[in-house]
Design a protein around this ligand. Structure first.
Ligand code: 6PG
Length: 476
């Protein structure tokens, strides 16, 4: 009997996706460049379902029913291109290649266009949830043609996480849309993690709490609006004690955050689209700064902090304020993230349903959270919402928390504790709602030194002042 779907690339993610498909009742052909992994999969997990091992890509393709569905789960970049190049001559018009790795959406657009010449559907599918998600139910964000999605839907929706009987998988849009949305997911993940880290730092340094105590605070927060996977695991990490020293785990970990690059991609893409994503940008900057050991060492010696950091008179109020700052800043980061998806969707004609993205992120993925339902509802109320922040729920949530948010940002500045996520989110909020911005002054400066012209508030047209002469205004 022929296989219904194939997976090539059997490192942990690929292997777990293949197992998930087999456990869900699909016949899965499996292949890996080095045969040992294929053999190990069949040996260790063969009892879980129907695996059809293939020794080569040619074998793999031969063992598939039509249209052939091949999931590629190899490293992004060159290795993905190499596998696609090998598969291309083996496939026929109507067949489908799914790239389930973390590819850059522009690579996906390029590959889709190239394979389209042969009538092969290329589906860039974002898959989130790490190794465990891949096995037990990830959030899946497939791009590509509607026709290819129709052929994949029964399988993808079955292996995806389910929330309220809805699968965390939907057709995102054509060509690079799926990988773009996955990239945004990661950017939001970066922002979320940074904000959580700032909350921890403020409680730790500002109140002198022990990691385990802060962990308890996060545990409590996890039963309210902040309920989410990332808050839950934060409590777990903070409670953990290092085996070899008996010290809190967070105190023995080097304070230099790594990054594989998807957060940076998100910020670069948003910059190109002209969308301010200060929350994600600050998160990427903060990781970069943390890893800049030499500069930090030099500055630690040279730069003084505040001489009289303020005392915190009411500890419980401070804790509550930090929670409010965290929630409000998080709402800002998500608003910026969804603005970016909308801008990309407009730019590339992807026609992405924003509310659906919140829906498929409710389970399986790293940013899964209770409050994604609020985003879904906001877009149900108004699909053309200019910013999530002006939706009634968001407006009220931020309004309720803003006094605490402002106190925390002020306290952080006075204490000398860096809170770039909290403070930039607040600055964004204030800038967005400002009746007048100092951008008018910037226009004046630009006109003075470069004759870049300006527009007026009281009549149409473009103007320039003769700054070096009689300072008369002329229309340009
Ligand atoms: C997911 C994760 C996953 C991975 C990222 C982040 O959605 O399952 O986002 O894609 O953890 O690569 O990794 P970095 O923090 O190393 O950039």
């Amino acid at each position: 009997q022929l296989a219904e779907i194939a997976v090539t690339g059997l490192a942990t993610m690929g292997r777990n996706l293949a197992r998930n498909l087999a456990r869900s009742g699909f016949r899965v052909a499996v292949h890996n460049r080095s045969q040992e992994r294929t053999d190990a999969l069949v040996r260790d997990f063969g009892h879980e379902g129907q695996f059809i091992p293939a020794a080569s890509l040619d074998d793999l393709v031969q063992s598939l029913e039509r249209p052939r569905r091949v999931i590629v789960m190899v490293q992004a970049g060159g290795p993905t291109d190499a596998v696609i190049d090998q598969l291309r001559p083996l496939l026929e018009s109507g067949d489908i290649i799914v790239d389930a790795g973390n590819a850059h959406f522009q690579d996906t657009r390029r590959r889709e266009e190239q394979l389209r010449e042969d009538g092969i559907h290329f589906v860039g599918a974002g898959v989130s949830g790490g190794e465990e998600g891949a096995l037990l139910g990830p959030s899946i964000m497939p791009g590509g043609t509607a026709e290819s999605y129709a052929a994949l839907e029964p399988m993808l929706t079955k292996i995806a996480a389910q929330v309220d009987d809805e699968p965390c998988c939907t057709h995102v849009g054509p060509d690079g849309a799926g990988h773009f949305v996955k990239m945004l997911h990661n950017g939001i993940e970066y922002a979320d993690m940074q904000l959580i880290a700032e909350a921890y730092d403020l409680l730790r340094q500002g109140l002198g709490m022990e990691p385990a105590e802060v962990g308890k605070v996060f545990e409590r927060w996890n039963s309210g609006d902040l309920e989410s996977f990332l808050v839950e695991i934060t409590a777990e990490v903070l409670a953990h004690i290092d085996d070899s020293t008996g010290r809190p785990f967070v105190d023995v970990v080097l304070d230099q955050a790594g990054q594989k690059g998807t957060g940076r991609w998100t910020v670069i893409s948003a910059l190109e689209l002209g969308i301010p994503v200060s929350g994600m940008a600050e998160a990427v900057f903060a990781r970069g700064l943390s890893s800049d050991a030499a500069r930090r060492a030099a500055a630690r010696e040279a730069l003084p902090g505040p001489s009289e950091p303020p005392a915190v008179p009411d500890r419980q109020r401070f804790i509550d304020d930090v929670r409010d700052a965290l929630y409000a800043s998080k709402l800002v980061a998500y608003a910026q993230g969804f603005d970016t998806i909308r801008a990309a969707s407009d730019e590339h004609d992807w026609n992405i349903a924003l509310g659906d993205m919140a829906t498929i992120w409710r389970g399986g993925c790293i940013i899964r959270a209770r409050f994604l339902d609020r985003i879904r509802e906001a877009y149900e109320r108004n699909p053309d919402l200019p910013s999530l922040l002006v939706d009634e729920y968001f407006r009220e949530a931020v309004a309720n928390g803003q006094a605490g948010w402002r106190r925390v940002v002020a306290a952080a500045a006075q204490m000398g504790i860096p809170a770039p996520g909290f403070s930039s989110a607040l600055a964004y909020y204030d800038a967005l709602r400002a009746p007048r911005l100092p951008a008018a002054l910037i226009q004046g400066q630009r006109d003075l030194f470069g004759a870049h012209t300006y527009r007026r508030v009281d009549r149409p047209g473009t103007y320039h002042v003769d700054w070096s002469g009689a300072r008369g205004e002329e229309e340009r």
